[in-house]
Design a protein around this ligand. Structure first.
Ligand code: GDD
Ligand code: MN
Length: 415
């Protein structure tokens, strides 16, 4: 799904053709009518927000650019007919274009598709739910005019903030940023608000770079793959949603982590992977599944072994805890990590066979786990739970390797 970002003339895009109230106008604009700025609004079920947003943006941009801009709504075929609402607005807003995308979904790719079909020298994106105050656009455009390659609207610089966020939401947001700093410091560290979906960039900085984003955070793709010199930031306050609903689910958090790793692996790890064919992405999923198993394992170990509950022996408790975690992990791995394989080997008999193999390998793993746990606990005096954690980490690598080679035998690893 790698797509090259070039100045594709409007309409040359098959899947994503613009639709028009009357005749589609697919001609590239003449040079005197050259477009300076293309602003993309990705939408999914934003029918109640669209009219107001289009109106405010049009006023602002008419003042700034006259006629030399375009406002492109990229709608993923919303069930609430957002695209139809856009279509009805077109006669009153000559700079408005609507793209109704079918057969492809997702916030980041919607933005890329919009840019691909756009004509502007400066490319921008703004949420379609009015949570990004439109007035900030002007400051951002000024910063670009002053020479920046990229301007990001940020919650974390002067003048920025969030309106009414609870503790958990703030922690999740900052946690995601910290994780990004750990995995991809050179990219994430360049801006104060890498999670922002409100920014603009010079086309020349990203044209001819392959873009392959995943999930929600298109800015990290632009920073990671573009050729970005100067960066400017403008503070803004993230508004509360008045209409419609957020589309964020746990899935966006997983995608974010996978996206970070994908960007990271384009460098060093990518080359190592090519050389040794290490299935990094798969291991990551396996690791994530293993991580879920840690909680299952820890919880059961506590329930069985802790003096305040059942007070069973450490070894017995650990065996039971591991076995429950093994079942948990098998199901996730079969349905997710190795789905490409298991979907070709469907049927309950085959699944049971895989589970038996997985279980045997994990059983050997449990043996290894026990040995490590006991050595660390009895001989080195390491805390019981920390020792368990270390043992689990080592055994995860063991498990992945043997299961890859035996349980879900993949002859060709495609990503
Ligand atoms: N085309 C399309 N396809 N648009 C989408 C999709 C999709 O699959 N999913 C979401 N959108 C649109 C929404 O309709 C909205 O206009 C915008 O993307 C943001 O989605 P929200 O669900 O409202 O996200 P949020 O309020 O949590 O915003 C967070 O993410 C934004 C985007 O990265 C914040 O981190 C913002 O700062 C950030 O701008
Ligand atoms: Mn929103």
């Amino acid at each position: 799904m790698t797509s090259k970002l070039t100045a594709v003339p409007v309409g040359s895009f098959l899947v994503n053709e613009f639709i028009s109230a009357e005749e589609p106008s697919l001609e590239p604009l003449s040079s005197e009518n050259e477009i300076k700025f293309s602003l993309i609004v990705p939408t999914y079920n934003e029918s109640k927000n669209l009219a107001k947003l289009v109106d405010i943006l049009t006023r602002l941009l008419n003042d700034y650019y006259g006629d030399r801009y375009e406002l492109i709504i990229v709608d993923d075929d919303s069930p609430d007919l957002t695209w139809q609402v856009g279509l009805d607005l077109m006669p009153s807003y000559p700079n408005l274009k609507i793209m109704r995308r079918q057969g492809e979904k997702g916030l980041s790719t919607a933005v890329i598709r919009g840019w691909q079909a756009s004509q502007g020298e400066i490319l921008g994106v703004i949420d379609g739910d009015l949570q990004h105050p439109p007035e900030t656009l002007i400051k951002m455009l000024d910063a670009i005019a002053a020479g920046a390659d990229l301007t990001v609207a940020s919650r974390h610089v002067e003048g920025g903030g969030v309106s009414d966020w609870g503790f958990i939401r703030r922690v999740l947001s900052r946690g995601a940023q910290m994780l990004g700093l750990l995995i991809l410091p050179n990219v994430i560290g360049r801006v104060s608000d890498p999670m922002s979906g409100y920014f603009m960039v010079r086309r020349s900085a990203i044209a001819n770079h392959a873009m392959n984003p995943l999930g929600y955070k298109i800015l990290i793709e632009v920073l990671g793959r573009g050729d970005i010199g100067t960066v400017a930031e403008v503070g803004y306050v993230f508004q509360e949603r008045q209409e419609g609903e957020s589309k964020v689910t746990w899935r966006q958090y997983v995608d974010y982590i996978l996206h970070l790793l994908r960007l990271r692996s384009r460098g060093r790890i990518g080359r190592i992977r090519e050389k040794f064919q290490v299935p990094v992405q798969r291991f990551l999923k396996f690791g994530l599944v293993g991580f879920s198993g840690v909680f299952v394992d820890m919880a059961i170990l506590y329930l069985l072994s802790d003096a305040s509950s059942l007070g069973m022996g450490l070894t017995t408790s650990k065996i039971i805890a591991s076995e429950v975690a093994v079942l948990n992990n098998f199901l996730w791995n079969d349905l997710w990590t190795f789905r490409d394989f298991s979907s070709k080997q469907s049927g309950w008999r085959k699944r049971v066979k895989r589970f038996v193999k997985f279980n045997l390998i994990c059983l050997l793993g449990i043996g290894l786990n026990l040995i490590i746990l006991n050595i660390l606990y009895n001989y080195f005096g390491v805390n019981k739970y920390l020792a368990n954690l270390i043992a689990i980490a080592i055994v995860t690598i063991w498990n992945f390797w043997f299961n890859l080679k035996l349980s879900w035998r993949v002859t060709q690893t495609k990503e």
